[in-house]
Design a binder for this molecule. Structure first.
Ligand code: MN
Length: 743
């Protein structure tokens, strides 16, 4: 072993230096006695973590100091949070107890640390209950939002310092981050943190693409800056001449958001036009800020023509997370659309720091969108019997979506996710209104329940006392609230029917001379492959299991022993994992003994050799190989971490793998012919299907084909791009409809 020489004196000095930087960052919020309290927390943290080091070799205390720094500087939190951030890992990792904390720092701090301790380590265990843990984490929202905010700071610092972690840990942390933490940050209005979390996750999950976009952005930097400078010039001059003080600059979009755009539109980097936005930050007073924003808007659109469809006014109606800004897209000097964001200093601070800044400015009114949102989350969490994973999916949908504003007949404003239906609106008004809804009038016109609401609609709900929630409602409602209410009501209905079924079954068994006891009910449930005895009773009541079926059971019961149902449990997974891992260290090798181990390539992302991949253990289908950038990967890794196997390709060239290319171009007679010639003759690649769409001279085709590996595919793409008339060739990840079930 190599001797590690550590200069303890230098480290001590560095710790103090970092502590002083923290104090400077928190200065604006410090009140009498606060500094003393922070000092005490700092000393306790230093003392209790003193023998611990991070993976990088640095003293552990750097981490809590950094988390406190993020909390103070980037989220704008005050003394209590700084104290909690400094101590956030103390109870979890050292001899210090919660009682010690409470004695030294009081009840409030102890409660927040308790929350942080409970939700930390959630992902480090081999637990299959991660979804349930996510839910617990959200529950802390109900106690104190600061727990979530400090947790976000903690996660951000861990993501920033992840280089020294093993690859699988990096992937796991990254997937959880995109799956839950980034949406949470978004919803709490922490845009800067959200973008950074997404970029960092991408850096580890899709290393090559990340580096590629980063390089591309750098190459064009000088050109872009010149463009921004020229664009800003006339606007700046007019703003000043009209007496408006403003900061105006170009702001690059995050790598992750550029990548999203490339994927969504299936276009190469070169075709993404909005790599940056222009931001105008006005120095304004509370009385004039709205009119100042519009004045600036008018000045911008005097110089450049606006796109009328792209005006967004979040100044008059702020987003639910508190975001206020005026967005417009204008035609720039070189015939290119440019997004311009106009806001005041106050609005900007809220946009960057979210929640905390929001509270700082908000004096008395407790009626903001954010409060309403937190209220909604609490309400949702109160529903105890929703399945944790379903809940999380619904909840996440609501985290991501943008909102629309809908009016009640009396003119009250209700916020809903952008794809909400009339029925969602009904449930938003009241769960009873939703449950008895038979239709709606939108802008005085009668519409069905599944009608998609548009921004600004005025909606009146029509109810009937005879109506009850229906199963198919779940196919079109989008709000978590409506889903939860419908599910629980269907469940209640099912429970009642099952009750009847239980009596019917008892009678029928009696006629067959089978004893009615829990043992036999268990056997019957297994025999009919049902998840629970309630489902058995329900099917009996519905007549889906009749006397004849029961006779069959009776006969089978006497001849063979019943095999228990195919059910996955932790032990099974562990033993499967052990088998796989015993083969070759702990990495699953794909390619050579495809036949020997039971694994398949996932059809949602069609991995081919050369792709970064992992294995996922399924209940009945062996191990499935996914790409690490598969649309389902984040969800699988975040929720079923214990079922993930590391995997790597071995070199082989005999096998061919299915993949898809999207080709765009100028429609030209014989283009398809030229393409297929390249594919099948020059490259000897087998095609499975070709779909071509041609519209007004623009050609768009999708080709599914079998290739050997990424190298092979890259060469083919390069060659196809040279075909005359072709403007773009892109591999696409998956058929969007394929959502992997975790079974
Ligand atoms: Mn930590």
């Amino acid at each position: 072993m190599k001797d590690l020489v550590i200069d303890l004196e230098a480290e001590k000095a560095e710790i103090l230096k970092r502590y002083r930087t923290l104090l400077r960052a928190s200065k604006s919020t410090l009140q009498k006695g606060d500094k003393k309290m922070i000092r005490k927390a700092f000393e306790m943290a230093v003392e209790s973590h003193k023998d611990m080091r991070r993976k990088s070799g640095e003293p552990y205390i750097y981490h809590p100091i950094a988390v406190a720094q993020i909390a103070a500087e980037e989220i704008g939190l005050g003394t209590t949070s700084i104290v909690c951030a400094l101590l956030h890992d103390v109870v979890e990792d050292t001899y210090v107890t919660l009682e010690d904390i409470e004695r030294e720092f009081g009840k409030k701090v102890a409660k927040i640390i308790d929350g942080l301790t409970k939700i930390s380590g959630v992902f480090d265990t081999n637990s299959s209950l991660q979804a349930e843990n996510f839910r617990k984490m959200l529950l802390t929202l109900a106690d104190d939002v600061r727990v979530i905010l400090i947790k976000l700071a903690d996660r951000l610092h861990n993501m920033r310092t992840m280089e020294f972690m093993p690859r699988d840990k990096q992937l796991k942390l990254s997937s959880e981050t995109v799956y839950l933490y980034a949406p949470l940050a978004h919803r709490l209005g922490l845009y800067a943190i959200k973008s950074e979390l997404e970029d960092l996750s991408m850096k580890y999950m899709e290393r090559e693409t990340y580096q590629f976009i980063k390089k591309k952005l750098n190459e064009k930097k000088a050109e872009r800056e010149k463009f921004i400078h020229d664009f800003i010039e006339p606007v700046k001059a007019t703003l000043t001449s009209q007496g408006l003080h403003a900061d105006i600059f170009g702001r690059p979009k995050s790598i992750h958001s550029i990548w999203n755009k490339m994927k969504k539109k299936a276009i190469p980097f070169e075709e993404v036009y909005d790599l940056f936005a222009i931001r105008i930050i006005l120095d304004s007073t509370p009385e004039t800020e709205k009119s100042d924003c519009w004045k600036a808007y008018s000045i911008v659109t005097d110089s450049y023509r606006p796109n009328p469809d792209r005006l967004r006014d979040w100044v008059s109606s702020p987003k639910a997370n508190g975001y206020e800004s005026l967005h417009t897209t204008v035609m720039g000097p070189r015939g290119q659309w440019v997004e311009v964001q106009i806001r005041t200093k106050r609005m900007n601070e809220i946009a960057e720091k979210g929640f905390a800044a929001h509270w700082k400015y908000k004096e008395s009114s407790s009626d903001s969108g954010l409060d309403q949102w937190i209220h909604k989350v609490r309400e949702l969490l109160r529903n105890p019997d929703s399945n944790a994973l379903d809940f999380l999916d619904d909840f996440k949908m609501n985290l991501f979506s943008d909102e629309i504003f809908i009016f009640t007949p009396k003119g009250a404003l209700i916020q809903l996710p952008s794809n909400a239906t009339a029925l969602d609106f009904a449930f938003e008004i009241h769960s009873d209104v939703g449950a008895s809804c038979i239709g709606a009038k939108v802008n005085h016109k009668l519409v069905p329940l599944n009608y998609n609401l548009q921004n600004g609609d005025q909606v009146e709900i029509i109810t009937s006392s005879k109506q009850t929630p229906k199963e198919d409602w779940l196919n079109f409602v989008v709000t978590a609230k409506a889903k939860a209410k419908i599910k629980s009501s269907l469940k209640e209905e099912k429970r009642k029917i099952a009750e009847d079924g239980k009596e019917i079954l008892e009678r029928k068994l009696k006629s067959l001379k089978i004893t009615y006891n829990s043992d036999n009910i268990q056997k019957l449930t297994l025999f009919f492959k049902l998840p629970s005895s309630q489902d058995l009773f329900y099917k009996v009541a519905k007549g889906q299991i009749d006397l004849q079926d029961l006779k069959e059971f009776h006969a089978a019961e006497r001849t063979v022993e019943n095999k228990p149902q195919d059910k996955i449990d932790q032990d099974q997974v562990q033993s499967l994992l052990r088998n796989v891992k015993a083969k070759d260290s702990d990495i699953l090798l794909i390619g050579e003994d495809m036949q020997k181990i039971d694994y398949k390539l996932a059809t949602c992302c069609n991995p081919i050799p050369g792709d970064d991949v992992f294995g996922f253990i399924t209940v009945s289908d062996g191990i499935k190989i996914h790409r690490t950038n598969c649309p389902n990967a984040a969800k699988l890794m975040a929720n079923y971490g214990y079922r993930i196997v590391k995997a790597r390709w071995t070199t082989q060239h005999e096998l061919a793998f299915l993949t898809g290319l999207r080709i765009t171009g100028i429609d030209d007679v014989g283009l398809i012919n030229k393409l297929t010639t390249v594919i099948s003759n020059d490259f000897k690649v087998n095609m499975r299907s070709i779909t071509v769409d041609s519209d007004n001279g623009i050609f768009e085709g999708t080709i599914m084909m079998y290739v050997n590996d990424t190298q092979h595919l890259d060469n083919l793409i390069k060659r196809l791009k040279q075909v005359k008339g072709v403007t773009g060739v892109n591999r696409f990840d998956s058929a969007p409809a394929q959502i992997e079930k975790a079974s």
